[in-house]
Structures are given as C-alpha cells and as structure tokens.
Design a binder for this molecule. Structure first.
Ligand SMILES: Nc1ncnc2c1ncn2[C@@H]1O[C@H](COP(=O)(O)OP(=O)(O)OP(=O)(O)O)[C@@H](O)[C@H]1O
Length: 321
C-alpha cells in the first residue's frame, strides 16, 4: 500500500549535500504494523517527515520515491495531497501538548480536521465517533474539554482521533508513547493495534524501545546512520538477528535476572550525518568488523522469509556479535 524506494534525504548545499536518510526502501501493507527502530539521531523522524512531505527547512528529498496506493507522492506538498485526495497518510507525534491548541476545546480541534478532510460528514457527529474509536469514555461530553483537562494518555488518544479524521491508509506514529507511563503506554499500543486491524490501515511505528517493538510490531526495520541495516518479521528477527547492530541493540535491553552484571552498552556512538565512514557505518563499533567492512559496497544478505540485512559477516542463529 505504501512503497518507499531508495529514499534519500539531504541537508546542506546542493553542491556538497550531507546525507541524513540514505537509500531507505520499505513497504507497509494493509493491517500491518512496521516498527522503525534505531538510536537517537539515526534518521527515523526525518524518514517519516519525508513521507509526509513535512521536512523542515534545510532538508530535502534528494532521491528515491514514495508511492501510496500506486500514486507517486514523493514531491507533493501537503496541501496538494489533500486537494488531490491523496492526503491519506497521517502522523501522530510524541508530545500531544505541543500539537494540540491549549486554548481551544478538543471537539473543535477534531471538527476542524473533519471539515478539511471529510466535508460531507457532520463534524460534531464524526468528532464524537472518532473519540469513541480511540476509546475515550463519555465521548460526547469530552468534546467540550480543553487539552489541560485530559491526562497525557487521553491527549495522545485525541491526537490519534485527529489523525484518523482523514481516514488514512497509513498512520505514522513517531514515538507516540515515549512520554507515557507503562500502563498507559500499553493501552495506547492496544488502541493502535485495534485500529490497524479494524480499519485495515498500515502503521509505521517509530520507536527506540525494543520492548515496545516486541509488543506491537508485525515487521521491524532497524536503522543505523540513515540506512536500514536489517528488516524482517518480528519473531525471527528477535530470535536470530542477522546484523551485529541489531544483536547488540537487543543485548542492551535491561534484564532483571542479570542485574548484578550491570547494563550492557554499545561502545562508541553513532556517527553524525556528514561524518559517516565509507563502507559499513557500524564497522567502527562492531566486534566482528574486518578490513573489508571499512570501504566499498556492503553486501545485502537475503535469507528466507523476506528478511534482509546489510552485512559482510551476518550472524548465524544463536551467535552473538
Ligand atoms: N533541519 C535539519 N537540517 C539538517 N539536519 C537535520 C535537521 N533536522 C535534523 N537533522 C539531523 O538529522 C539527523 C536525523 O535526525 P532524526 O530526528 O531523524 O533522528 P531520529 O532517529 O528520529 O532521532 P530521535 O530518536 O532522537 O528522534 C540528526 O543527526 C539531526 O541532527
């Protein structure tokens, strides 16, 4: 349904551009949740903003394509997407308080989105229906609430309701539960899963939390230094990661049983755009790296099951980096 091919996002002068997102290819199907995971600064948000046509000033799509339902929307400005009826991608951000207008009732804010995207619908009825879809109790009365009168979890549900106003084919959720405590986080993840199934909608869920990935993902795309280094279905990827970065990232998950051993970390830090080394960008931090990793093209490994990894020395099942 959404097909991204070789997407490249650059910043800086056109004569010497800096690559932020480097040749990302991914697809999302109806009723599927794809989790995009990686360390801070690896390009997750810039990828999603490029898909939405909402890149900040200074950053631009410099290559590749984005197709939604077979239509090329790569360079379509947001208002043109709405006019062309191709605004069927919606996004939810991390902190709802910065997206909601604090001095306007939430009902009015949802109705505003309905008027733009669904002009034939009765705005108040549809706003109530959207609040019910995100399981806000007593939806009719909650329409008159101001954002500060709602909890963080309820505010994030309102943001999801606004995103659903355009009846999206694909919902992009950028760390929507990071600011929530674990019980509320679980509720919001449950709502996103249900909406994905009930509306047959694709979801790209961005997170750096592998615990969240395990709860919600159908497929996972692991990003490092602007590139997808591994993609695959969630269960085989967790059971036997192919890329040393994926395996090291998973080893960093806190394990209460091994508390006395302290926290695992990946030594060093991810390179910033403009400072990414040739060859495999993870090589300087990779325990398996050899000379061949430090220059030239990195081969694509494609074992069975639609999996894919970029690595000279992928891991066998049970092996650690
Ligand atoms: N307007 C901009 N111009 C140039 N570079 C930018 C701009 N905005 C962000 N960047 C850079 O792009 C890189 C990727 O940022 P991005 O926000 O996509 O990372 P991320 O993986 O989403 O991180 P986080 O998990 O912290 O949100 C970062 O190195 C950031 O400094």
């Amino acid at each position: 349904m959404l097909s991204v091919t070789d997407l490249t996002v650059s910043a800086g002068p056109r004569t010497s551009p800096i690559g932020i997102v480097r040749g990302v290819s991914l697809g999302v199907d109806q009723g599927e949740i794809l989790c995009l995971v990686g360390e801070s600064g690896c390009g997750k948000s810039m990828t999603s903003l490029a898909l939405m046509g909402l890149l900040p000033p200074g950053a631009r799509v410099s290559g590749g394509s984005v197709e939604l339902d077979g239509h090329d929307i790569t360079h379509l400005a947001p208002h043109r997407r709405v006019r062309a009826g191709r605004g069927k991608l919606a996004m939810v951000f991390q902190e709802p308080m910065t997206s909601l207008n604090p001095v306007t009732r939430i009902g009015w804010q949802i109705e505003e989105a309905v008027r733009v995207h669904d002009p034939d619908a009765n705005p108040t009825d549809r706003a109530r229906e959207l609040l019910e879809m995100v399981r806000i109790p007593d939806a009719a009365n909650q329409l008159s609430a101001y954002p500060h009168e709602l909890s963080g979890g309820m505010r994030q549900r309102v943001m999801i309701a606004i995103a659903l106003a355009c009846r999206p084919r694909v919902l992009i959720a950028d760390e929507p539960t990071t600011a929530l405590d674990v019980t509320i986080q679980r509720q919001v993840l449950g709502i996103i899963r249900e909406l994905c199934d009930d509306l047959d909608m694709g979801v790209i869920f961005i997170t750096h939390d592998l615990g969240v990935v395990a709860q919600i993902a159908d497929r996972v795309a692991v990003m490092y230094a602007g590139r997808l280094v591994e993609t695959g279905a969630v269960a085989p990827l967790f059971r036997a990661p192919l890329h040393p970065y994926t395996e090291r990232l998973m080893a960093c998950l806190p394990d209460p049983a091994a508390r006395s051993k302290g926290f695992a970390t990946i030594p060093g830090s991810a390179p910033r755009p403009g400072e990414i080394p040739d060859g495999c960008a993870f090589a300087p931090r990779c325990p398996r790296a050899q000379d061949v990793c430090r220059g030239g093209e990195v081969p694509v490994v494609r074992p069975e099951g639609g999996r894919r990894a970029l690595c000279h020395f992928p891991l066998a099942e049970g092996e650690t980096a």
